[in-house]
Design a protein around this ligand. Structure first.
Ligand SMILES: [Zn+2]
Length: 232
């Protein structure tokens, strides 16, 4: 969110923030999140879901497989990419439980040390989340249903299990899917606790639903400004 804020206000040092984020957590795993077919590496042309940051802003986009791989493996030569595709293809040709196939595929792709996530896509995504939150904060009647449509997660694996009651479990494949889910779930609650500080514009998770500032310091500073404005 702080990366989104920096990008939203066109501040300049977000490259460092992105690096810090990736070092602390991981890459978003965009290579696995965007294609509609989770076995996209078997296709010559890959169809990407809505909101894919590559082509159309809110519609599907079809890209050539080689171009798609080149985007995430910019330092690889064509033959290295071909080899990589061969390797993941081999994984799917060996019979195994699907969840194991996909996690091995992830390890080979997003887990590779040659894997790169385009900075502009990362920033677009962060900016997008921040601007959504900004809209929600500024509009009383924000249409949450419309917003939730933008967070449909494709290729999610569902399994049922029975402990005390029947429960549904979802297997999420990459960090981006987790962030999407967490963001959508948080802002869609009756009382949204994910807010933007009215003083410094930082996104924060409030404890008190009425909180407007992310720290007491911000609240104090805001009051000082208010008083100064009054006394002029
Ligand atoms: Zn603040």
């Amino acid at each position: 969110m702080s990366i989104g804020k920096l990008a939203f206000y066109n501040e300049t040092d977000f490259e460092r923030s992105v690096l810090d984020f990736v070092n602390k957590y991981s890459t978003l795993g965009l290579i696995n999140d965007l294609p509609l077919n989770k076995y996209f590496f078997l296709d010559d042309k890959i169809v990407l879901k809505d909101y894919n940051y590559i082509g159309n802003s809110d519609l599907t986009t079809t890209v050539d497989s080689k171009k798609y791989f080149k985007l995430f493996f910019p330092t690889c030569y064509d033959n290295q990419i071909k080899e990589l595709i061969n390797e993941v293809t081999k994984l799917t040709e060996t019979p195994a439980m699907e969840k194991h196939i996909l996690s091995d595929v992830n390890k080979l792709l997003a887990g590779s040390n040659l894997y790169c996530e385009p900075l502009d896509m990362f920033i677009q995504y962060a900016k997008y989340l921040y601007s959504l939150l900004n809209n929600i904060s500024n509009e009383d009647n924000y249409n949450i249903d419309e917003l939730l449509k933008q967070f449909e997660i494709n290729n999610i694996k569902m399994s049922l299990s029975r402990k005390d009651t029947l429960t549904v479990e979802f297997q999420i494949t990459c960090l981006k899917q987790y962030i999407d889910y967490y963001f959508a779930k948080t802002v869609a609650k009756d009382i949204n606790l994910l807010k933007i500080c009215k003083f410094c514009n930082k996104a924060f998770l409030a404890v008190n639903p009425k909180a407007e500032y992310h720290t007491p310091q911000c609240k104090n500073k805001a009051n000082v400004y208010k008083n100064r404005a009054k006394n002029k």
